[in-house]
Design a protein around this ligand. Sequence first.
Ligand code: ATP
Length: 279
Amino acid sequence: MNSQAPQVSEQQTPAVGQPYTRNQEACHDLSIRVRDLNLWYGKTQALSGLNIDLFQKNVTALIGPSGCGKSTFLRCLNRMNDLIPSVHTEGLVEMDGRDVNAVKMDEVALRRRVGMVFQKPNPFPKSIYENVAYAPRMHDLVSRKADQDELVEKALRDAGLWEEAKDKLQEPGTSLSGGQQQRLCIARAIAVQPDVILMDEPTSALDPISTATIEDLMDRLKQKFTIITVTHNMQQAARVADYTAFFHLGEIIEYNDTKVMFSTPAKKKTEDYISGRYG
Ligand SMILES: Nc1ncnc2c1ncn2[C@@H]1O[C@H](COP(=O)(O)OP(=O)(O)OP(=O)(O)O)[C@@H](O)[C@H]1O
């Protein structure tokens, strides 16, 4: 195996930069390429030598025990770690062939292309309408009111919230239920037409029904967006993710087609984790 290739089982390992062929049917295009990524908080190393190719219009789940670096890695993909003064990173994160950490990379433009949804729904203290319309207006994607209305409706429809919200668009986002607020946050993320949506444990604060709704939504959204999600829930990873990466102590131990990883994990550590022996 090439030392820079993602650590996947031999039969699934593509040449570096080459898309996987999944079930001999679909070839997936590369969205994000990570090579030799290391990250320190002060003197403490939190990510070590990460190599991974993330594919367009798929769901990739990041799994692993608490503190293994999943959220830290997610934040490397839209430079959210830049906001933490003690952070130092080395290595390459490339999106559509462009170095995300290049000096000339516009961070605002990057975060428009790479949206983020957090564990706890965090709507702005504004109306449902404004939660969705604000960022597209800021990014000059729309100016006319009619275009804004159209965009808000489309984003809410795509997030599966339109029917529940259409008659109360001027009410505060915070008046919605937790699950609805999370779908509002997804609508807000997709309203700026990103390529990638990062989700950091998006359902861990939600009840089972809201969780199932978000999982169905992820399945639909991947037709348009690349989704990378952190989850502690093995069943959720098995249900929603096309690919899964198993993290342990800041390293990627295994990365593979989810079905393959869950049925025949290549590494003992992965097997122990997914069978609940630790974590
Ligand atoms: N802002 C920070 N400053 C210092 N250390 C941090 C910071 N954020 C995370 N860490 C440390 O980096 C390591 C990885 O943390 P991270 O939150 O990325 O793990 P995780 O796998 O997402 O954990 P969890 O599943 O519990 O959310 C941990 O040791 C954590 O204590």
